[in-house]
Design a binder for this molecule. Structure first.
Ligand code: PLP
Length: 244
């Protein structure tokens, strides 16, 4: 386990905090799942979903070595991003998109995982400040026909990917999905396998993609078995949430 740096954290005397213990447990789950999949844990990026959490919790994870943080609600995220501006963190917007949010997302985030329309893509592209690198983009895909759910339909993906890939201030990195929750590992894997198939089809069409954003606290093992390169973990760090 020395390759995961656990002993390092122990030396810093942080092992007794609940968040530090939860962090270690998540790293171990990643490690075990990667092994089971015949993959390397280092190839799977860990996004800590800090929605609903105070800046102090993000700071503590940052001290433990966590760099990537995901937020779903702009009003909540902006003050935290501002306050933690000196920590060199990487901020991912993973929440529902609206036209009115595009300017702040483009100005304050490094990544967006929830892009699902050409109009929002155009707006993000126009709003991305010139001094920042291109906004890193995953397209959100809707795998089941739930009317309220965000995400592009699978048959819209080729056109949307072509559109985004032509925008100079966006960089298309891959796909994201939030499947219907299920305790059944087989069903979890089936949804993620579908996203992987869509991802491979875009690669075959010439898109240079490297990010499959799939897997959350309850199903990250299934996602890793199906090729996830980035898991988005909230509750496994911070405990159960009442909303969101
Ligand atoms: C809240 C959220 C997560 C984290 O889910 P957990 O069950 O807390 O791990 C991941 N992805 C998205 C898009 C979310 O909104």
């Amino acid at each position: 386990m020395t390759d995961s740096g656990f002993s390092d954290q122990t030396n810093r005397g942080l092992e007794s905090s609940p968040l530090a213990r939860a962090y270690r447990t998540v790293l171990q789950r990643l490690d075990v799942a990667a092994r089971e999949a015949g993959r390397h844990a280092a190839d799977i990026r860990l996004l800590a979903v800090s929605k609903g959490q105070p800046a102090a919790a993000i700071e503590e994870l940052s001290r433990l070595g966590q760099r990537d943080f995901g937020e779903s609600y702009l009003q909540e995220a902006l003050p935290k991003i501002d306050r933690l501006g000196d920590q060199k963190l990487i901020w991912h917007f993973i929440g529902p998109m609206q036209t009115s949010k595009c300017r702040d997302i483009a100005a304050h985030f490094d990544w967006i995982h929830s892009l699902d329309s050409a109009a929002h893509a155009d707006r993000l592209d126009r709003r991305r400040p010139a001094h920042l690198p291109p906004l890193q983009v995953c397209l959100q895909v809707k795998l089941s026909p739930e009317p309220r759910k965000s995400g592009a339909d699978p048959d819209q993906l080729p056109g949307l990917a072509r559109h985004v890939s032509r925008l100079p201030r966006l960089r298309l990195r891959g796909l994201m999905t939030i499947p219907e929750a299920s305790p059944d590992r087989t069903l979890q894997r089936a949804a993620y396998a579908r996203l992987k198939t869509l991802f491979c089809a875009l690669q075959a069409a010439g898109h240079d993609l490297d990010t499959l954003s799939m897997g959350m606290s309850a199903d990250l093992e299934a996602a890793i078995l199906e090729g996830s390169t980035l898991v988005r973990v909230g509750q496994a760090f911070f405990g159960a949430r009442s909303v969101g």
